[in-house]
Design a protein around this ligand. Structure first.
Ligand code: IMP
Length: 420
């Protein structure tokens, strides 16, 4: 059986958690392949809101195994908290969750280094979530990191203190940063992690695929935050694109089946960096309020703007998207008119391709009539207003990929299969 991939086509926060939760019954295994607790996947079940930072969004389903893959970076403190919170709400976690031995650990000092690095950048800040993601991936590629598989080794604490000492030297001598370090909570969380099931993720998945199991790889953040293809340097530190699923899980490229690309009917971005279609006006504020656009991890207000088709096409191409899923069209209800960026005016001329330098690209818009109806009760294509169908058609034609699902609200029930 193939591995299907589900990922975001914009700057994250496209609503991936909810979609994974909805399509999970079709899969035996849901696997996270990159990122860490910088992600915040929100799922609303019977009006109750859950935000998952590390645990895959399939955890609410009885028969689904949830794998945290080798490409993920894990904060043991966050993981412990998340498991305990889910268990407190009656969600069974331990028998349904596996953690790859190769996943790297976020140390308390990684979070301090994140803060120190951001503080040193002044107005060039990335706008990091300060969860220690960048410094942990730096230690991974610098070959200094600690992995989940190391926690059972006799000399784990020694290794921890060795790496911590390197970090404190950097904090003192490079950043002159003031800090206090809380070892106890971290070491307690490490003890807690020893009680969780770990595995060789790549072997587990190879066996599962050979025995006909269906796997969904769940992406975090979004394509435009990818370390290679995102709006560098205002990006995260992992490969958020479909190819990242192969690396972050250890599955071969030919095992990839469908690639579900999720996008909002408009755009948002949290943190710094170029955002050509950004709305710095009342309209932007209206969309932010209507869409509750505040970060699930940090609570920061998200920047809002019109849909950007050239960037969406770029994302569709590098991910090989086979199925589109649009979320939050309900947020635009009541607007009289919306705009869509279809081209860019750049120093090299007019283009439909993603410009290298987004700072110096001016979006060219087309206007589109908006749907005035409340969509949140729509459950079938027949109930979708004509103006929204025509908006979807514009997107499908531009991207040359069909829309498969349309989500019209945060709840599990507020979604429909879509065909034009
Ligand atoms: P970091 O990955 O926490 O270092 O953050 C780097 C950039 O990615 C910042 O602009 C963050 O706001 C953004 N970012 C990281 N994770 C997410 C996410 O899950 N959703 C949206 N933006 C994110």
């Amino acid at each position: 059986m193939p591995v299907d991939v589900l990922l975001g086509l914009q700057w994250g926060d496209e609503g991936k958690g909810k979609i994974v939760d909805v399509i999970t019954p079709e899969y035996d295994i849901v696997a996270r392949f990159q990122g860490g607790p910088n992600a915040g996947h929100t799922i609303v079940i019977d009006g109750k809101k859950f935000v998952l930072h590390l645990i895959p969004s399939g955890i609410f389903h009885k028969n689904t195994i949830n794998l945290i893959g080798n490409g993920v970076v894990i904060d043991p403190i966050t993981l412990k908290r998340e498991v305990e919170q889910l268990e407190a709400h009656g969600v069974e976690v331990r028998d349904k969750m596996l953690v790859s031995e190769r996943a790297h650990l976020i140390l308390p000092t990684h979070k301090l280094l994140d803060a120190a690095s951001e503080a040193s950048k002044g107005d060039k800040k990335i706008g990091s979530t300060l969860r220690g993601i960048g410094p942990t991936y730096m230690d991974k590629t610098g070959r200094n990191g600690l992995r989940v598989g190391s926690i059972k080794l006799d000399d784990f604490e020694e290794r921890y203190h060795f790496l911590k000492a390197k970090h404190t030297r950097m904090l003192d001598e490079l950043y002159h940063f003031e800090y206090t370090i809380e070892d106890n909570e971290f070491l307690e969380a490490i003890e807690f992690m020893k009680t969780l099931k770990t595995c060789k993720g790549e072997a587990y998945l190879a066996d599962a695929l050979a025995s006909g199991k269906k796997v969904l790889a769940e992406g975090a953040q979004g394509t435009l935050l990818d370390i290679e293809f995102g709006s560098y340097p205002f990006v995260t530190s992992s490969n958020t694109i479909a190819a990242g699923a192969c690396i972050g899980l250890g599955v071969p490229p030919q095992s990839i089946g469908k690639v579900f690309g999720i996008f909002k009917a408009y755009c948002t971005r949290v943190g710094s960096g170029p955002f050509p279609t950004e709305l710095n006006d009342d309209m932007g504020e209206k969309i932010r309020k209507a869409g509750s656009e505040f970060g699930a991890t940090t609570g920061r207000p998200r920047r809002t703007g019109w849909l950007d088709l050239p960037l969406l096409k770029f994302a569709v191409r590098i991910n090989g998207v086979t199925d589109l899923i649009m979320t939050k069209a309900d947020v635009l209800s009541e607007l009289e008119e919306i705009q869509v960026c279809t081209k860019y005016d750049t120093p090299e001329g007019i283009t439909e391709n993603a410009p290298f330098d987004l700072e110096h690209a001016t979006p060219i818009y087309e206007k589109h009539g908006c749907w005035q109806e409340d969509l949140t009760g729509c459950r079938s294509v027949e109930q979708v207003p004509a103006s929204l169908k025509s908006y979807i058609k514009v997107v499908e034609d531009y991207l040359n990929v069909p829309m498969t699902y349309l989500s019209v609200g945060p709840d599990r029930e507020q979604i429909m299969e879509y065909t034009s």
